[in-house]
Write a protein that binds this ligand. Structure first.
Ligand code: GLN
Length: 484
């Protein structure tokens, strides 16, 4: 059996029946990382000792018959979840040597369920980017074509999952960073409803948009991970206090009679033919499963990018003010005075894209411009959310492309930030409205690069998205294809 690409369910079964030990499974992935990752650069830190110790503990638990579906399952974690005692860099020089004194809620819950953390994955610096090229640790290569990006910002998690360097990974999504790399690597990525998963211990980028979610090779695997991650957390005041349904048992809900909305604005000019074809074929598949597809309009769609690029940088400029060279993070050498220490520590510690966002954010929040930019953007954000709300009075789900095109070449969009920002044109509105979104592999283009389709759901309706995605994956095999 090819251990690298088995499902979480199959792996858990092998572990439970004792035909494979957690230590053996963990060793398998550590070896694979050692041979493959020098090319892909998906990991910033590999924690072999920690992973093997967790695997031994998992084997003990398995022997005692106390396993959960995640006991002994090797995972990769985006390097912005604080892991106590294990370096957490956010792919920034600023945090190159930062070892958190505490654990994020997401990783704490996964570890408590018995999961094994193989290491921390590469990403765009502070999650700002769509290609993984802003990382201080260098770009990640797409396993489907090493000259191309895996997308971003959770590019390391996506590449590791697609290449079988872990059984699954965790990412975060502020404007598309789970769904866009999932689409570009042929993996499954779920961004939950804002507040469904705790943000405690996630290094903040834009606090009103950031959300953690699973990046997997199937919807069923995503359901297993979300089960462990979701739920109220008193340590995050924006976490939602609502019961967590049984996602696994909800997977078999029928698509019959399901109403799927197709927003016209997402199929306009600029959509690559290969993506259009893949997504239209996905629509056909949903029809054959008994769903009904209805066209509708989300008129405020065009304002997504400008609205996001005011709100996200505003929040980032405020969140990143904490990196002052004093409490933690990079401090410049031999400053003459306090002012110079602030200025040089920040100039040296942050990369170009992060500085661009800090400047943008500081500008839109400054007195005199606040009303014209920040306040206006908040009003447009409301209009965008209202569009979705009114669509969901007619339909149960929305179906759109995840990205306008397939994976682009490393370096291709580097000189033009706006071109890069447009990669998230179909995902950003979902964050602005706080809704759950799921990207599924739905085809390949003429260069054998994966295409993704996005499903968007009502608040807290992850179960509906997962059921639809699972039904789709029961009758298609796009998610089973692997890069050679
Ligand atoms: N690409 C978007 C940005 O650069 C979204 C990133 C994200 O979701 N973290 O802001």
């Amino acid at each position: 059996m090819d251990l690298s690409h088995i499902s979480l369910t199959d792996a858990a079964e092998l572990l439970r029946s004792r035909s494979l030990s957690a230590v053996e499974l963990t060793r398998h992935f550590l070896n694979r990382i050692e041979t493959t990752d020098p090319t892909l650069n998906a990991f910033i830190t590999v924690d072999a000792a920690g992973a093997l110790a967790a695997a031994e503990a998992a084997d003990l638990r398995l022997a005692q018959g106390q396993a959960t579906p995640l006991t002994g399952i090797p995972l990769a974690i985006k390097d912005l979840f604080c892991t106590q005692g294990l370096r957490t860099t956010c792919a920034s020089k600023m945090l190159q040597h930062f070892v958190p004194p505490y654990e994020s809620t997401v990783t704490r819950r996964l570890k408590a369920a018995g999961a094994v953390v193989l290491g921390k994955t590469n990403m765009d610096e502070f999650a700002m980017g769509s290609s993984n090229e802003t990382s201080f640790f260098g770009p990640v290569r797409n396993p489907w074509d090493h000259d191309r990006t895996p997308g971003g910002s959770s590019g390391g998690s996506a590449a590791a999952t697609a290449a079988g360097l872990c059984l699954a990974a965790i990412g975060t999504d502020t404007g598309g960073s789970i769904r866009q790399p999932a689409a570009l690597t042929g993996t499954t990525g779920l961004k939950p409803t804002y507040g469904r998963v705790s943000r405690y211990g996630m290094i903040a980028f834009a606090s009103s948009l950031d959300q953690a979610g699973p990046m997997t090779r199937s919807v069923a695997d995503a359901a297993t991970l979300l089960q462990a991650m979701a739920g109220h957390d008193p340590l995050d005041s924006t976490s939602i206090d609502a019961p967590v349904p049984d996602y696994q048992s909800g997977l078999t809900t029928s698509m019959r009679g399901m109403r799927i909305g197709i927003p016209a604005e997402y199929f306009a000019d600029g959509l690559a033919d290969s993506v259009r074809r893949g997504v239209e074929q996905a629509m056909e598949t949903f029809r054959s499963l008994g769903a009904q597809c209805l066209s509708l309009s989300l008129p405020s769609t065009a304002y997504a990018i400008p609205t996001y690029y005011i709100i996200a940088p505003a929040e980032a400029s405020s969140n990143l003010a904490r990196y002052d060279g004093i409490r933690f993070g990079h401090r410049c050498a031999d400053p003459q005075d306090l002012q110079e220490m602030y200025a040089r520590s920040r100039s040296e510690g942050f990369g170009a894209e992060v500085k661009r966002r800090i400047m943008l954010g500081t500008y839109v929040l400054s007195s005199g411009y606040y009303d014209a930019y920040y306040r206006k953007a908040q009003k447009v954000r409301r209009l965008i959310a209202d569009d979705f709300q009114s669509a969901f009075t007619q339909v149960d789900l929305l179906l759109t492309p995840t990205t306008p095109e397939t994976a682009f070449r490393i370096g291709e969009k580097n000189s033009d930030p706006v071109q890069m920002y447009l990669s998230d044109i179909f995902t950003i509105n979902v964050n602005l409205a706080g809704l759950p979104g799921l990207s599924l592999p739905c085809g390949f283009d003429e260069n054998n690069l994966p295409v993704g389709v996005q499903l968007i759901g009502r608040p807290l309706q992850e179960a509906t998205l997962l059921a639809a995605g699972h039904a789709f994956q029961q009758v298609t095999d796009w998610h089973l294809r692997r890069p050679s």
